[in-house]
Design a binder for this molecule. Structure first.
Ligand code: CTP
Length: 222
C-alpha cells in the first residue's frame, strides 16, 4: 500500500560533557510497534530513525542517532521519498549551549547552564510536506489535551495527531500500556487504554483510512 514509511522513535540525548546528557523517558516502544505493523501489513519499506533505546525493530532501514540535530539531518534525508511520515520520537526541545569537551568537575558547582532551542522537526516537516504525503505527529499533554491538540494539529499542518494524555495514572512514557486520543481534520477518536502494539495497529488503520479517503477525494498521487 505504501512505498516508504518514515518513522522517528525513541528519545534524543543532548550532551552536557563526554559522559553526561540531557534526555527523556521515551522507551521507543510505540515507534517499534508502529514499524512492525507497517512492515507487516502496509509498507514496502520502513525507515526507522531512532534515538538510543534497548531494542530496535528488525527488517527496517535503521538510522541510529543521538541528538535532535542528528535526528533532523537523518529525517530530512529520507523525507521526500516517504509517502507516510510518523514523528513518534520524543525530541528534546533544548540542548546545552556548547557542551563541555572535558568532564564537568564537582569543584565547578553550583553550575549555571545555558540552554538553546532545538529545531522543531515536525513543524518543519509540516511546512515542507507535499499534499500527497501523510503526516502524523504525537503530542504529550497534561491538561486540555484535545483543545491543545487541535491547535498543534493546525500549527504543524498534520493529517493525524496522536495525543498522549499524561497523568499519574497514564504516564505513557516508558509504560507498556497507554491511553491516547486520535485527532484528524474532522474527528476526535478517544481510544481505551491498551498495549502499545494494539495502539500501533489502531494508528496504522487510521493512516490507511486517511490514505483511502484521500484517494477517493482525488488528491493526485505522485
Ligand atoms: N517534535 C519535533 N521536534 C521537536 C519537538 C517535538 O519534531 N523539537 C515532535 C515530536 O516528535 C512529536 C511532537 O512534535 O511528534 C510533540 O510535540 P510536543 O512536544 O507535544 O509539543 P510541542 O510542539 O513541542 O509544543 P509544547 O511543548 O508547547 O506542547
Amino acid at each position: 500500500m505504501f512505498k516508504r514509511v518514515l518513522i522517528t522513535s525513541g528519545p534524543t540525548r543532548e550532551p552536557l560533557d563526554p559522559i553526561r546528557f540531557l534526555g527523556n523517558r521515551s522507551s521507543g516502544l510505540t515507534g517499534m510497534n508502529l514499524a512492525r505493523v507497517f512492515l507487516k501489513k502496509y509498507a514496502a519499506e520502513v525507515v526507522f530513525v531512532s534515538g538510543p533505546v534497548c531494542r530496535y525493530p528488525s527488517g527496517v532501514t535503521l538510522v541510529k542517532v543521538e541528538t535532535a540535530l542528528e535526528m533532523r539531518d537523518a529525517f530530512f534525508k529520507y523525507f521526500s521519498g516517504a509517502d507516510v511520515i510518523i514523528m513518534a520520537a520524543a525530541v528534546g526541545d533544548f540542548r546545552p549551549a556548547g557542551s563541555s569537551q572535558q568532564k564537568i568537575k564537582k569543584a565547578g558547582f553550583p553550575l549555571v547552564m545555558k540552554l538553546e532551542r532545538n529545531p522543531d522537526i515536525l513543524k518543519e516537516a509540516g511546512e515542507r510536506r507535499t499534499p500527497q504525503q501523510l503526516l502524523v505527529g504525537f503530542a504529550a499533554e497534561t491538561e486540555n489535551a484535545v483543545k491543545n491538540g487541535k491547535r498543534k494539529f493546525l500549527r504543524k499542518n498534520l493529517d493525524l495527531l496522536v495525543i498522549n494524555e499524561i497523568s499519574a495514572e497514564n504516564p505513557a512514557f516508558g509504560a507498556v500500556r497507554n491511553r491516547v486520543t486520535l485527532l484528524t481534520a474532522d474527528r476526535v477518536i478517544p481510544l481505551p487504554r491498551r498495549s502499545k502494539s494494539e495502539l500501533a495497529a489502531a494508528i496504522a488503520i487510521q493512516v490507511a483510512n486517511l490514505s483511502i479517503m484521500r484517494k477517493n477525494r482525488g488528491v493526485p498521487r505522485e
